[in-house]
Design a protein around this ligand. Structure first.
Ligand code: ZN
Length: 132
């Protein structure tokens, strides 16, 4: 991966910056350079869009069989969070007893260090979510 792309993607991850299509207004996260709905019409019209960082749990699972680098944290919760802007993000929910997580739970993004990025499967981002 090119260095520039690496840093751009990391900046996006750490600041929750997606993109908004200047044609149809749809919001994407991670950011896209072309809108899958508008195709060529959206070229050059995609704008950076910063997510507020708040949303709610729409589905989740409690993971008991954690990969080794998460050994200290299990069981832990992986949830799909519907951000207030309408995009879904898959991430870990922290600072809550796993049995207290429920659909509709309001959460906000928080930056947490993730060790061995890329080795943790679906945990792709440098942030986690905690209850509001
Ligand atoms: Zn569009």
């Amino acid at each position: 991966m090119a260095v520039a792309r690496f840093w751009r993607e990391n900046a996006s991850r750490y600041n929750l910056i997606g993109s908004r299509c200047g044609v149809c207004g749809r919001i994407y996260f991670p950011p896209r350079s072309v809108c899958p709905t508008c195709h060529r019409r959206s070229i050059g019209k995609m704008e950076p869009f910063k997510l507020k960082g708040e949303g709610e749990v729409i589905t989740f699972s409690i993971v008991h069989d954690a990969p080794s680098q998460l050994e200290m944290q299990k069981p832990y919760v992986i949830a799909i969070i519907k951000m207030d802007e309408g995009v879904n993000i898959t991430a870990q929910v922290i600072d809550i007893d796993p049995t207290d997580v429920h659909i509709g739970l309001r959460v906000r993004a928080t930056l947490r260090k993730i060790s061995d990025e890329g080795a943790a499967g679906i945990i792709n981002y440098g942030y986690k979510f905690m209850p509001l």
